[in-house]
Ligand binder design. Structure first.
Ligand SMILES: CC(C)(COP(=O)(O)OP(=O)(O)OC[C@H]1O[C@@H](n2cnc3c(N)ncnc32)[C@H](O)[C@@H]1OP(=O)(O)O)[C@@H](O)C(=O)NCCC(=O)NCCS
Length: 282
């Protein structure tokens, strides 16, 4: 199930959108760590959850990021085959899996070396529960919260995610939401969805007050009705806008854009950024 016999290493790296700078690192992992017991254990853990849409959560058998990256490289033919067997369009499969290269590149930007800080995020992709539909990614999962008369905990919902890949114009968001409305009933009719949830620092009311409804971010966050639930995500805004979680760097960070200024302002006020929850009906 995890052999690369059915797909060449270069095909795997292409499908995962691995940058030129990170390809040798991936080739070395495959050459040297494919039989590593920690890798095999991580693969087994992913396989237990595979296709369960997180009803069987992945057991984190290690925190070693390159073990997970090796597992992802080895599992790519299986994941590609699953997409094809389930008639997922080739473009959706490729856009979804290209997030791996994006995250390896972000990790290099943050750490200066070949790495994968966000390995946990990519478990979504390798347990086949997230799909990139145009500009946005949608994870099919059971709701953990309820909104009276809209959805209940346990209902199937789509958790939306915004990859770093260009402007978030209302037109591309409309197109993604319209595609989600068609895609999920067609491919997963047994898991009916009508609600998109978002939990993000972007829904923090502090940002709402500092964006106009005509900006891309301002228009996006105003699509969501607040659920009234939040958690503290102190360094989340810092990470997504500046790609660092180091609060000591705040005084020296650029303040060129209104978003950069808003993120810094809150931290300099001594406040925490919060991860707020919202929903919209498809
Ligand atoms: C969300 C995102 C796509 C919005 O980009 P966008 O469409 O360019 O946003 P807007 O046009 O509304 O930008 C509003 C302002 O924020 C600035 N801005 C947007 N994204 C920025 C970023 N990543 N870094 C710095 N400034 C940014 C714009 O330059 C603009 O500044 P201005 O008012 O001074 O002209 C972008 O911020 C991004 O890719 N973020 C990383 C991914 C992320 O945060 N995902 C959410 C994870 S929970």
């Amino acid at each position: 199930m995890t052999s690369l016999d059915t797909m060449s290493t270069e095909d795997v790296l292409d499908i995962l959108g691995i940058d030129a700078a990170d390809r040798d690192g991936c080739r070395t992992l495959l050459a040297e760590r494919s039989d590593d017991p920690a890798v095999l254990e991580a693969i087994a853990s992913i396989q237990r959850s595979f296709g369960s849409f997180n009803e069987i959560p992945v057991r984190e058998t290690t925190q070693e990021e390159l073990v997970w990256l090796t597992a992802y490289l080895l599992l790519t033919p299986t994941v590609v085959a699953w997409h094809r067997e389930n008639d997922i369009p080739e473009r959706v499969m490729r856009d979804t899996l290209a997030d791996v290269g994006r995250h390896v590149a972000i990790s290099r930007r943050v750490t200066g070396e070949f790495s994968l800080q966000t390995w946990r995020w990519l478990l979504h992709h390798f347990t086949v529960r997230i799909f990139a539909l145009g500009r946005l990614q949608f994870a099919l999962q059971r709701a953990t919260l309820s909104v009276p008369d809209v959805f209940a905990a346990g209902d199937w919902v789509l958790a939306v995610h915004i990859p770093e890949s260009g402007p978030l114009t209302p037109a591309v968001v409309d197109a993604s939401l319209a595609e989600a409305k068609r895609f999920f009933p067609e491919h997963f009719p047994e898991r009916p969805v009508r609600v998109v949830t978002c939990d993000s620092w972007m829904l923090d009311p502090f940002l709402l007050e500092r964006t106009t409804p005509t900006s891309n971010i301002g228009a996006f966050i105003r699509r969501f009705t607040p659920i009234g639930h939040f958690s503290v995500g102190h360094t989340d805004a810092l990470y997504f806008v500046f790609r660092t979680r180091d609060l000591d760097l705040v005084p020296s960070l650029p303040r060129e854009t209104s978003l950069q200024r808003a993120v810094i302002e809150r931290l300099e006020l001594g406040q925490s950024w919060e991860v707020h929850w919202g929903y919209l009906v498809l």
